[in-house]
Design a protein around this ligand. Structure first.
Ligand code: ADP
Ligand code: MG
Length: 602
């Protein structure tokens, strides 16, 4: 081994830079955070070549004096830990590492001017070595210029992705910070074009925040989310969570801010999953932007040099708060389904490239839908459904109550006018029409009724006159038998019947007449997926969903006007009835104005 020695300041900084500055976006993050800490009201970011050749961040914050400048680029120099107290950090920065780290791997120039000074100062560093501050003409505020990032660390340079990819990361960083700071104006450009322009949102409060979120995430977000607000033991949760029908393939659009700081925390994803488990398929992810504000000493932000991870003093409290607030918000949203559903339907119906033009090439319209819902699992019942649907059925036209009643008196989901294809209920609302998928809607109602019965002490069961024998694989039969006691609690009484079958003696009363063979096979699959050691109670939702699916009105069944209206009224009264247990919508609402637009009347 070579002799033990102290590393030079330059090498130490370069090592720290490895943790703090992973890519251009991390430099941008540190610099923008510094601007926010400096109280800026406008922050302009420019990047060239994805940030590799040039990054500038200009703010109108408090600025620095010549002495500040010299100290700011020294390691562990910070103005943000006034009393050395790491337990109450209220600023983004506190480690005093960002500027020296960036300076160690790039060419850095900082120009700054305080409000009190009559001129500013500029300081340049190359590979960590500072020149003297020189007078500079600059308005109050600070401008940081980073050139040739990683020129001093060629290994890191090799890991950079293409400029557009790096630019994407920079953009994401700026957007993320901007979401929590609606009162600050942000802009991002590549030196030629403006890539992002977020004016400061006036007014403050919830309205300003939602306006900023809409600018960053799109109007679709603002129109399809539920406001979340809850408080528990000094922790305050606010923000917006998407309706279940506004779902995504990945969790990328789930944002959590802890005391204004964007953090990545698995806790959020887990809480969202728990809150949405009844209304979203397992492979779909809700959209959410949540702000958690808690006493500074209830959270440790000093976990990682990049400060994107935190530790909560009481993680269970935070998780409980998230899950209950989200559930509450979802239940309060009632039958609302997202407008994206209607937008998708309209996009498909529009003559250009929509269903009409695609009459020859089916599916062209569907391909343009912004959302895709997982297709329902086809069960053994589907053949029978097809057979049922094949029986021609002429829907009775509902009496013209809907047009007779004053529009304002119509209930939200309107009055049923017809059943189409034995599958859809068409209803007229005060200012449009609603098309309900009767199976999906009924399944949702069953699911909620199941849950209510279980929570109320037990599911009423009904004995079968003739017990039904269901053939299964030996493994599946054994599995079902091993869960018999738990299934009994859900109103389903089964026993093993020989090696490869079970006999069903009682079924939940609310299921009504149902395809038991299909139900038992699907349940066996659910149980297999569940694995040992997980109790049915923990996964009630999946089991309820399967039972509800089998107990509900199949597509293809004729409904009377009274039955249809009863279904609509129940939907209005049932929480979460805007989507089925898989996150597919149960109904689509088209406004009269939209329909008129389809026909070129507007
Ligand atoms: P930290 O933010 O952790 O304090 P930095 O290395 O990022 O560490 O910055 C060092 C110091 O430089 C800050 O504490 C602050 O006093 C000063 N500083 C950095 N950027 C700015 C800015 N944009 N405006 C005013 N002061 C700044
Ligand atoms: Mg900093």
């Amino acid at each position: 081994m070579a002799a033990l020695r102290r590393l030079s300041e330059a090498v130490v900084n370069r090592i720290a830079a490895g943790e703090v500055v992973e890519r251009p976006a991390s430099a941008v993050k540190e610099l923008v955070e510094n601007s926010l800490d400096a109280g800026a009201s406008r922050i302009e970011v420019t990047v060239r070549d994805g940030g590799q050749s040039l990054i500038t961040v200009t703010d109108d914050g408090c600025g620095m004096t010549a002495d500040d400048l010299t100290l700011a680029v020294e390691r562990h120099a910070t103005s943000k830990l006034a009393d050395d107290d790491l337990s109450r950090i209220l600023t983004f920065g506190f480690r005093g590492e960002a500027l020296p780290s960036i300076a160690a791997v790039a060419r850095l120039t900082i120009a700054s001017c305080t409000r009190a000074a009559d001129h500013g100062w500029s300081l340049s560093l190359e590979a960590g070595v500072a020149g003297p501050p020189t007078p500079a003409a600059i308005p109050p505020g600070t401008r940081v210029e980073v050139r040739d990032l990683f020129f001093a660390t060629p290994a890191r340079l090799k890991f950079l992705k293409s400029p557009p990819t790096e630019l994407g990361h920079v953009r994401a960083v700026v957007e993320r910070l901007a979401m929590a700071q609606p009162a600050v104006g942000f802009s991002l450009s590549d030196g030629k074009r403006s890539l992002l322009a977020l004016p400061a949102e006036a007014g403050g409060g919830e309205a300003a925040r939602l306006a900023r979120l809409a600018r960053v995430l799109g109007d679709e977000f603002a129109a399809n989310t539920i406001a979340i607000a809850a408080e528990r033991e000094g922790c305050r949760l606010s923000g917006h969570a998407g309706l279940p029908t506004l779902n995504r393939r990945t969790a990328a659009e789930q944002y959590l801010f802890v005391n204004g700081r964007p953090v990545r925390d698995r806790l959020l994803q887990g809480a969202l999953r728990a809150a949405y488990q009844d209304v979203l398929a397992a492979d779909r992810h809700p959209v959410a932007v949540l702000f958690l504000d808690l006493p500074a000493d209830a959270v440790d932000v000093n976990v990682h040099p990049m400060k994107t991870e935190v530790r909560f003093r009481d993680a269970a409290l935070v998780r409980g708060l998230l899950v209950s607030a989200l559930r509450h918000g979802l239940a309060a949203a009632g039958h609302r389904a997202s407008t994206t559903v209607a937008a998708a339907a309209l996009a498909a119906a529009r003559p250009e490239g929509g269903a009409l033009a695609a009459a020859g090439g089916a599916g062209a319209g569907a391909a343009r839908l912004p959302l895709s819902w997982p297709r329902p699992a086809t069960s053994g019942a589907s053949f029978r459904q097809l057979a049922d649907a094949a029986v021609a059925y002429q829907a009775p036209l509902a009496p013209d109550a809907a047009t007779a009643a004053p529009a304002a008196d119509l209930p939200p989901l309107g009055l049923a006018r017809a059943q189409l294809h034995g599958t859809f209920i068409l209803s007229q609302t005060a200012d449009g029409i609603v098309i309900v998928d009767q199976h999906a809607a009924h399944e949702r109602l069953m699911h909620e009724r199941f849950k209510a019965q279980i929570e109320g002490g037990g599911v009423a069961s009904q004995a079968l006159l003739i017990p039904e024998i269901v053939g299964l694989s030996e493994a599946a039969a054994a599995l079902m038998a091993s869960r018999a006691a738990e299934l009994r609690g859900l109103g389903l009484v089964i026993e093993r019947f020989g090696a490869d079958a079970v006999v069903v003696r009682e079924v939940p009363a609310i299921l009504g007449e149902t395809d038991l063979q299909g139900l038992i096979r699907d349940l066996a699959e659910d149980l297999a997926a569940l694995g040992e050691g997980v109790s049915l109670r923990e996964r009630l939702s999946a089991v309820c969903a399967t039972m509800a699916c089998h107990g509900s009105v199949r597509a293809g069944r004729a409904l009377s006007v009274e039955e249809m209206n009863a279904l609509l009224r129940q939907m209005e009264a049932t929480p979460l009835s805007g989507q089925c247990s898989h996150g597919r919508p149960t109904y689509v609402e088209l406004k009269r104005a939209d329909i008129e637009r389809l026909f070129g009347r507007r």
